[in-house]
Write a protein that binds this ligand. Structure first.
Ligand code: AHR
Length: 626
């Protein structure tokens, strides 16, 4: 095979090509990206098997210390109108020694001597004495840290918030098998009842932000070099059933005002990682935001009828003003009160999510999309408004018709999508807002949690097609982004986490390599001495470099089958070759403690012979970037 790359004549490439979909799904936020380490911190519950219909108010993940009784209580003054369920601790008469409780964390705690930790809690009740918090290694009973304060309060009617001095653990733990204790002087509490809420522990966060992000996970996202992010979802933004959509106004302001949300994916969220925290993350990572707006349609087909839709349009308009308005606007002033005086930039919105999946389609075309579109464009004429329904039949929505396509299928399906956008209408720009190879080969049935190198190669061929058509394909994002490994080992994600470790999937590295090697325009390629398949390709250029991406998909290997590459007009005698490879199509990355990454990324400099670069694949499945 010989490829001749033209010096120009292609399409302009979208600079939003590689992005992220963030939504709370299987502890991607709580217990994941959100830095809070205490699970069920405000007694909203934390998770329930399967999809849930109500909050599970309980003491799950909390355990008594020193013979006390723990229960959920709603009597007396609540901490706030939103957090009305509190933890009650009854201490038997005659108690001596330490009493209190400990928390399990989200599948344990990461204890790291190199980082600072900050703990706090709200308490109501008659207590004047010491309070200590510390990690305990459950494998050997070792106390790994301690921070102390003295609480001075003798009131059953008032809540006090206590902050422990920040501390560094005295010893690290090699596993997440650790618990976190809050203990009190039992002799001073004997025979009494005291109350607690919003018990909190943060490890040092990404960029040291208050109420911020888990550092290693956030850094992983930044390292992907994405250019855009859709937030706050996805099916979770849209909600499972009536009333369960993302209510942006309940996710902002002081933490004690955040009621929590029933996740579409079976968890109960604190909403500590709310709209403003998500926007701040996007800003910190310099990402263009695609703001997902609730469009009055739920995943289970519950529908807000046309005569009630205006309320939701108004909510969306308030949301936009809240994020983008100056402090002299009513909503912008509230944002400033919450600690964010600088308006955020929002130039893209998406109306709803996957409305083609249910009976929303008819209403979407007939009134839903346009109700939002008209209101938004009247106030923000330059706003890019994305529709969630693909053009079959074509939407007559007047928006320019930006479509969000979602593609989930097996590996070979993706490999077959190389040409899919070549003939697409140039009138309908597209975000492939969610894609993922969820099964190997031509597989049907269940998703594969252990994503293979072959699945990433299938996705890579699809992405070559995206890149070649990025005059109309504005952006792509993998779904889902983050999942908790213990909770969801059997479905796909870009990154999975445990309390101690991260698992970067093969798709993570693929997206990173493609994002790091993005051009500003495509370059036509002429193939001679062979054609497309089993080698697939795409070329782009920047002001300085020509970039060729090739995927070998069950193809030949070795020098005899090397692809000869000619870059027309180039006098370069050397080029950098990056090879993304693995032992086999079935290789799969693991958690570090389970064996670690099975892929390799090899960089080498190659030299042209007679104006030709020769690229030989070493494996039948391999991705190279020249
Ligand atoms: O994996 C992400 C989920 O899948 C999104 O919430 C939804 O839009 C899609 O079906």
């Amino acid at each position: 095979l010989r490829l001749t790359i033209a010096p120009g004549g292609g399409n302009t490439s979208s600079q939003l090509l590689y992005g992220l979909l963030y939504e709370e799904i299987y502890h991607s936020g709580d217990g994941g990206l959100y830095g809070e380490l205490i699970r069920n911190r405000a007694f909203q519950g934390s998770s329930a098997p399967g999809r849930i219909a109500s909050f599970q108010r309980n003491t799950d993940f909390w355990h008594p210390v020193g013979g006390v009784n723990l229960s959920i209580d709603t009597t007396g003054p609540a901490l706030s109108d939103s957090l009305t369920y509190q933890l009650r601790m009854d201490i038997p008469a005659g108690t001596q020694g330490s009493v209190g409780f400990y928390n399990d964390g989200f599948w344990g705690f990461n204890v790291d001597t190199s980082k600072r930790y900050a703990a706090s809690f709200y308490m109501r009740g008659d207590y004047d004495g010491d309070v200590e918090c510390y990690f305990n290694n459950t494998l050997n009973g070792q106390k790994l840290s301690s921070s102390k304060i003295t609480a001075r309060q003798a009131s059953s009617s008032r809540w006090f918030q206590y902050y422990f001095p920040t501390f560094k653990p005295t010893a690290s733990a090699s596993t997440p098998n650790n618990t976190f204790y809050f203990v009190f002087d039992g002799s001073k509490l004997a025979g009494k009842s005291v109350y607690f809420n919003l018990l909190s522990l943060f490890k040092q966060t990404y960029l040291n932000r208050a109420n911020g992000l888990r550092e290693d996970l956030a850094q992983s996202l930044a390292d992907l070099k994405p250019s855009w992010i859709r937030l706050p979802g996805g099916n979770n933004m849209q909600g499972l059933s009536f009333g369960n959509h993302f209510k942006w106004n309940e996710s902002v302001g002081p933490l004690q005002n955040r009621y929590g949300k029933l996740s579409t994916w079976g968890d109960i969220e604190t909403q500590g990682f709310g709209l403003l925290e998500q926007m701040q993350m996007a800003k910190d990572m310099k990402l263009t935001v695609v703001l997902g707006l609730f469009a009055g349609l739920y995943l289970n087909r519950d529908l807000i009828p046309q005569n009630q839709l205006q309320l939701y349009v108004d909510m969306a308009m308030n949301q936009l003003e809240f994020l983008t308005g100056s402090t002299s606007t009513p909503m912008g002033a509230i944002r400033a009160q919450y600690g964010y005086p600088e308006p955020f930039e929002v130039n893209w919105v998406e109306i709803g999510n996957e409305d083609y999946l249910n009976n929303g389609q008819a209403s979407y075309y007939s009134y839903r999309f346009m109700a939002f579109y008209n209101a938004i464009r009247a106030k923000y004429p330059d706003m890019n408004v994305i529709s969630t329904i693909n053009p079959s039949p074509s939407p007559d929505d007047g928006s320019g018709g930006i479509i969000d396509l979602h593609i989930y299928n097996n590996q070979n399906h993706f490999a077959n999508l190389y040409n899919t956008f070549d003939q697409a209408s140039r009138n309908y720009p597209v975000f492939v807002g969610e894609y993922a190879a969820i099964r190997t080969g031509t597989g049907t049935g269940s998703e594969i949690g252990a994503q293979t190198f072959g699945m990433a190669c299938g996705e890579a061929i699809f992405l070559l097609g995206v890149e070649r058509n990025s005059d109309i394909i504005l952006g792509s994002a993998y779904g889902a982004l983050i999942k908790q490994y213990d909770e969801e080992p059997n479905t796909v994600a870009v990154v999975k986490h445990t309390a101690n470790e991260l698992l970067h999937s093969m798709s993570y590295y693929l997206q990173q390599l493609f994002a790091q090697n993005m051009g500003t325009e495509t370059l036509p390629i002429t193939a001679t001495e062979g054609g497309l398949g089993p080698v697939w390709w795409s070329a782009t250029k920047t002001s300085k470099n020509t970039i060729l991406k090739m995927v070998n998909y069950n193809g030949a290997t070795g020098a005899a089958n090397a692809v000869k590459v000619q870059i027309t007009g180039s006098t370069a005698s050397t080029a950098q070759l990056t090879v993304f490879t693995a032992d086999s199509e079935n290789s799969s990355n693991k958690l570090p403690s389970h064996g670690g990454d099975e892929h390799r990324i090899i960089k080498q400099t190659i030299t042209a012979k007679d104006g030709l670069f020769e690229v030989a694949f070493s494996k039948p499945y391999e991705i190279v970037i020249l």
